[in-house]
Design a protein around this ligand. Structure first.
Ligand SMILES: C=C(O[C@@H]1C=C(C(=O)O)C=C[C@H]1O)C(=O)O
Length: 458
């Protein structure tokens, strides 16, 4: 298929590029089944320096991007969402789109957690906000696969080289060998300092300065060789079947994870979110697991942590939607290593036209920042001993209708060469116990440890 398609596509794009009035053209074609992770794996060998991966919780929408045809980037601390949204609208005027989807291709993106905090070297290349239109986009939606190719009309030849190589190799696209290098060092980042920060946060909460704050910590692993994001993705796909899988890679640095937490989705006038806060580990046997789940649903401290999130998201949805639906009490979301209190929210008759506007209003929810928001952000800045970068921040995609889906980038790690930095945090309220919170961050790191082959529990 690829050889016939390659000639067809090259001809189409060449003809369009010569006649195009705009600086970019894209062409979308139905495509045969191809394994999305294998497609992701082809990127570097074809010369692409960027790779993107997104799979929603059901696996019904999988988007894989290679290369960057167009990027919108901002370092603005204030107004960053507005700036990327304006960039997105400009982008639509710069591209002509043909083939099966005569609409501009979607953009992948991410934001930093707190643009007011100075960036450290580990997050080099991950700005306050960035959206990318990939040069080649494989999209699987409701069992149908399409390939979209986007090229600049004046640099078509160079881009074409990479795309041509990709199409040639897609025919041989094989399963990914999930081999991972051996662990050589494992550094818990300043446990005592983190516990002291939690104690200080509890004291501030008890003194009435704020109600809740989420404090995170990092763990740095070094391996005997380069950690390949494709091998990690492959394992996450097997081990975390109900999570959002995401990867955002540039120049060999990859932010990757399997998050259970939707920030917001917009589909026409319907928007959705999930309040997720309050956690306990899974039990070894069914009886213990059910006992832990029942304890979680009855526990006052976890209920309080959760309620702050429900209040905020409920209020926000009510301000932009005609109707809002949510269950009266939290449900249990059971994941392979952990269970959470979970309240899904649906808003209908949404008046906002772009999902990025909703992302702006929602980030950070009290599940990742705290309550009240500004006070919590100040406490995080002064007490948390790490640069969160894109951890705990919005990651997702937006299309030309302004529709899209965004997750909160937790249960994640930054892969850079031989290193992986893992992140996890938890909500601190007046009744929190620092040692149990520390244990909870270990449970939250388990999915990434397991995907990296460091913890052997599948
Ligand atoms: C901050 C994280 O998770 C968040 C905190 C939770 C909690 O405190 O119970 C639960 C889910 C997430 O909203 C993380 O996984 O790093």
């Amino acid at each position: 298929m690829a050889i016939g398609f390659r000639h067809h596509l090259q001809q189409q794009l060449h003809r369009l590029a010569v006649n195009a009035a705009r600086p970019f053209v894209s062409w979308t074609e139905p495509w045969e089944d191809v394994d999305p992770v294998s497609f992701f794996m082809l990127g570097p060998s074809c010369g692409f320096r960027e790779r993107f991966f997104w799979s929603d919780r059901s696996g019904g929408t999988i988007l894989v991007g290679l290369g960057s045809a167009y990027a919108i980037e901002t370092e603005k601390a204030d107004g960053r969402f507005h700036e990327v949204e304006s960039g997105r609208r400009r982008w639509e005027k710069e591209i002509e789109s043909y083939g099966e989807a005569a609409a501009p291709p979607l953009l992948f993106g991410g934001f930093s957690f707190d643009p007011h905090r100075p960036r450290t070297d580990i997050w080099r290349g991950f700005p306050a906000g960035k959206l990318v239109a990939p040069a080649a986009l494989l999209a699987v939606r409701n069992g149908r696969t399409t390939l979209t190719v986007t090229v600049p009309t004046d640099r078509g030849e160079r881009e074409w080289g990479r795309i041509g190589r990709l199409l040639e190799r897609m025919d041989e696209c094989a399963a990914v060998p999930a081999r991972l290098p051996r662990l050589v060092s494992d550094k818990e980042e300043e446990k005592e300092r983190w516990l002291a920060a939690v104690r200080e946060a509890i004291a501030s909460i008890r003194a009435g300065a704020l109600d809740k704050v989420v404090l995170a910590r990092a763990r740095r692993l070094a391996f005997a060789g380069t950690v390949d994001a494709a091998a990690v993705l492959m394992r996450l796909r097997e081990q975390q079947p109900f999570a959002y899988l995401f990867a955002f890679e540039q120049d060999g640095r990859c932010f990757i994870g399997a998050s259970p937490e939707q920030l917001v989705q917009k589909e026409g006038e319907t928007c959705r979110s999930v309040c997720l806060a309050g956690s306990v580990r899974r039990g070894a046997a069914m009886e213990e697991d059910e006992r832990l789940g029942a304890w979680l649903q009855a526990d006052r401290k976890n209920g309080e942590e959760h309620e702050f999130v429900v209040q905020m998201i409920g209020r926000l949805f009510s301000s932009v939607c005609e109707t809002v639906e949510m269950p009266p009490a939290p449900q249990l979301l059971k994941l392979p290593h952990i269970q959470h209190l979970c309240t899904p929210v649906v808003g209908r008759g949404c008046r906002e036209r772009s999902v990025l506007r909703l992302v702006e209003m929602m980030h950070p929810t009290p599940a990742l920042g705290g309550t009240p928001r500004d006070r919590a952000l100040e406490v995080i800045r002064s007490l948390e001993p790490l640069d969160r970068g894109w951890y705990a921040a919005p990651i997702g995609w937006v299309d030309s209708e302004g529709d899209g889906e965004w997750a909160v980038a937790i249960r994640s790690a930054l892969l850079a060469g031989n290193e992986a930095v893992l992140f996890a945090g938890c909500g601190i309220v007046a009744d929190s116990d620092p040692n149990s919170e520390y244990e909870e961050t270990n449970v939250k790191m388990a999915p990434m440890l397991s995907a990296l082959g460091v913890m052997n529990d599948g």
